[in-house]
Write a protein that binds this ligand. Structure first.
Ligand SMILES: *Cc1c(COP(=O)(O)O)cnc(C)c1O
Length: 472
């Protein structure tokens, strides 16, 4: 498909008529607006790391789309139906049947959230010293692979590292890179392919159906397994429907099911696509691997029929999975993200394009061309945005990338991004207008930014708890 073939704006897609959120508000939660002086004090106390702010001090919270979803009336009703039996909970069997039906896998193992499942799959499927090729890394995913003795290798297409490339499927695996790795180390030294759709760190960019199909064919030649990070697969399916020939008339549910059919198992952070505040699962087709994972889940999470979730959480999750597949829901979800992105593009503010599924990624390299990566430009931008308006964003650049476990040297990722992540069904278009205007205000003052230096660095996943100070 050519770049110019797919619509850049919702206006182009739906004609000149406005669209609105396909829900109305039944319960409201007040927001607090703070003064500039209050925000300066709060940011200083938080070590200039937006993860360390108190949410009370935040106005519009775009830190993450993880667990920040608004549940529907049906989900709240389902909470009351939770079966809290320690073993064999009815709520587990409902969840199991839903995941089996929607995603198509045989064995379902619940976990407290996504990283619980990542831990299990890494422990059962990686032998020390094996390689784990993936379409770009994700923080918790790669860490669990490394803790299990795996060596992560990025095999995403080059376009993914270029924030200005308009390629419609920037999440795709580069099959030549994967083939080169197979040729170099041999298929026995590859644990599995770690495939994610959409790719969070590349800007919420999708994988095409053609790519996963071709990946399956290549892996079959060498007996390699593909495990899928299905955290935002529903959003990936929307892009396939929109951009890939032959899928325009298919239902999102059918696209999700076909995509999964090319893989051997999946893990999920239900806190994203699945419209709940906590939860996750691991799904496997292989009987023996599933037995091993079920054995480990009782060590780290809980019995295999709850895995760290309450019965009510599993009920709400089952309903959330069903709602996530509704066509009007997913169109409005991606549409809201795109609405914000287009406001910024209209002002020539540098963002990652095409606009992805769950967030707008500000390109901090082009935003602050005078700041070297060692001065944490993306972290600086998140701090400036909070100071301006109380909007909370997060860094996805050198702080998130961490250090090479072998050499101890910083990773220097090509992408130095500040993420404005949109919670599902929480904010309205009016909130998006306020956010866009704040980004514009910070952009107008961009020449004054001086950068940050790190004064405290935790050992694991440092971006969560690192502390910074302004450079004088
Ligand atoms: C959030 C996330 C995870 C980890 O899930 P948690 O529920 O936060 O533990 C894994 N992969 C991707 C792509 C994610 O976005």
């Amino acid at each position: 498909m050519q770049e110019q073939d797919y619509p850049r704006t919702m206006g182009q897609q739906f004609g000149r008529r406005s669209w609105a959120e396909p829900w109305k508000i039944k319960m409201v939660e007040p927001l607090r607006v703070t003064s500039r002086a209050e925000r300066e004090a709060a940011l200083k106390a938080a070590g200039y790391n937006t993860f360390l702010l108190r949410s009370e001090d935040v106005y519009i919270d775009l830190l993450t789309d993880s667990g920040t979803n608004a549940m529907s009336d049906r989900q709240w009703a389902a909470l009351m139906m939770g079966d809290e039996a320690y073993a064999g909970s009815r709520s587990f069997y409902r969840l199991e049947a839903t995941v089996q039906q929607v995603y198509g896998y045989r064995h379902i193992i619940p976990t407290h959230q996504g990283r619980g499942a990542e831990h299990l799959i890494s422990q059962v499927a990686i032998r020390r010293g094996q390689y784990v090729p993936g379409n770009m890394y994700f923080t918790t995913t790669r860490l669990h692979q490394e803790l299990a003795g795996g060596i992560f290798v990025d095999v995403i297409i080059d376009e993914a590292h270029d924030p200005q490339s308009q390629y419609p499927f920037k999440g795709n695996v580069d099959l030549d890179k994967l083939q080169a790795l197979i040729d170099k180390v041999g298929p026995q030294q590859i644990a599995y392919i770690s495939l994610a759709g959409t790719v969070n760190m590349a800007g919420g960019q999708p994988v095409s159906m053609a790519n996963v199909r071709a990946l399956r064919a290549l892996c079959d030649r060498y007996g390699l397994r593909i495990f899928l990070d299905s955290t935002r697969l529903v959003e990936n399916a929307f892009f396939i429907k929109e951009r890939e020939p032959g899928y325009a008339e298919q239902r999102i549910a059918a696209i999700v099911r076909e995509f999964c059919s090319y893989t051997d198992g999946a893990w999920m952070s239900a806190k994203k696509d699945a419209l709940v505040n906590i939860g996750g699962w691991l799904a496997l087709n292989d009987d023996q691997l599933a037995d091993e994972a079920r054995n480990l889940v009782v060590v780290y999470e809980g019995l295999h029929t709850y895995g760290g979730m309450a019965g009510r959480d599993m009920e709400a999750l089952a309903v959330g999975i069903e709602e996530s597949l509704q066509e009007d829901y997913i169109r409005a979800r991606i549409g809201q993200v795109r609405y914000l992105g287009e406001l910024l593009l209209d002002w020539d503010i540098p963002i990652v394009v095409p606009i992805g599924g769950h967030a707008i990624f500000l390109d901090a390299r082009r935003f602050y061309p005078h700041l070297p990566q060692d001065l944490f430009p993306a972290q600086t931008l998140a701090a400036e945005l909070y100071l301006d308006s109380g909007v909370r964003a997060m860094e996805r650049g050198i702080a998130s990338a961490g250090r090479d476990p072998k050499t101890g040297q910083n990773y220097y990722p090509k992408l130095e991004l500040t993420r404005l992540t949109i919670p599902r069904r929480v904010y309205t278009q009016a909130h998006m207008d306020v956010v866009a205007e704040s980004v514009k205000a910070v952009y107008d003052q961009r020449h004054q930014a001086r950068g940050l230096r790190m004064v405290y660095e935790p050992r694991y996943l440092r971006f969560f708890q690192a502390r910074f100070e302004p450079v004088e």
